[in-house]
Design a protein around this ligand. Sequence first.
Ligand code: AHR
Length: 320
Amino acid sequence: MLKSRRNLLSAVVIGLIASAVAMPSFAAEKKLTLGFAQVGAESEWRTANTTSIKEAAKAAGIELKFSDAQQKQENQIKAIRSFIAQKVDVIGFAPVVTTGWDTVLKEAKAAKIPVILTDRSIETKDDSLYVTMIGSDFTEEGRKAGQWLLDNYKAQGDVNIVELQGTVGSAPAIERQKGFMEVIKANPKFKVTRSQTGDFTRAKGKEVMEAFLKADPNINVLFAHNDDMAIGAIQAIEAAGKKPGKDIIIVSVDAVKGAFEAMMAGKLNVTVECNPQLGPQLMDIVKQVKAGKQLPKRINTKEGIFPMETAAKEFPNRKY
Ligand code: AHR
């Protein structure tokens, strides 16, 4: 009887010691939680970006709380507030528009939650409100699009360009337009005669292009701020009895698979790459931030440009 009581006691003591030893290593391996507020699901690019973030979080062992803002800033602000209330370790977001973030970012700062911007930048006087921004140089993308046009369009007389802008007030819409205009002004024959937002979606790209075609029978070039709007516009151009890629030269941005398919069909002339695969880099940065590492304020992604002639060769290598 006494012996079995002693055995029981030693078993309890051993158990307690074992769990005490196990506890610190459990605490050290505590999963990091990332709250991520995505723009929406407006384009093929965005879908690839979301997949990259979800897959990378899983691979890095980071718990991801994901929210889709359906392209509305107020939804992103709500999501960020909810991440603060849930005390996540890090907040990441791709801001729908550039302005109007200071209040909510001050709340995150007060709660000592670091913020990482991905894909799109913001305008703020206080850049201590975010740790770093990873994404593309949209102005450079606009420049590449403009330069391709100057180099490849053999202008006889004036070149009538229409522009499908991205979401009003968003960094890619503002900066792609800026870069494009900066370059094409070198040749006064190149003129943007119509410019309207298609909100980065196929449906709106098609709708706005239909209106452009009704208003003007002499369009030479379309500059679309993303491939999805270009693909929507291609449908409108064909419905109007014209040949996209020939009657109207099409220059766009993103380099998603849909654009390669359109290029291989001869309907889109060139796409400037904008890389959505930011997930692995983001997870890396989340870990570095939590480890107290110093990071540069801006980390740019490397990107190329793909004219129609390269599409068939490049298509099998495309990941998104
Ligand atoms: O912010 C990146 C842009 O957003 C992509 O070019 C566009 O397709 C997306 O919706």
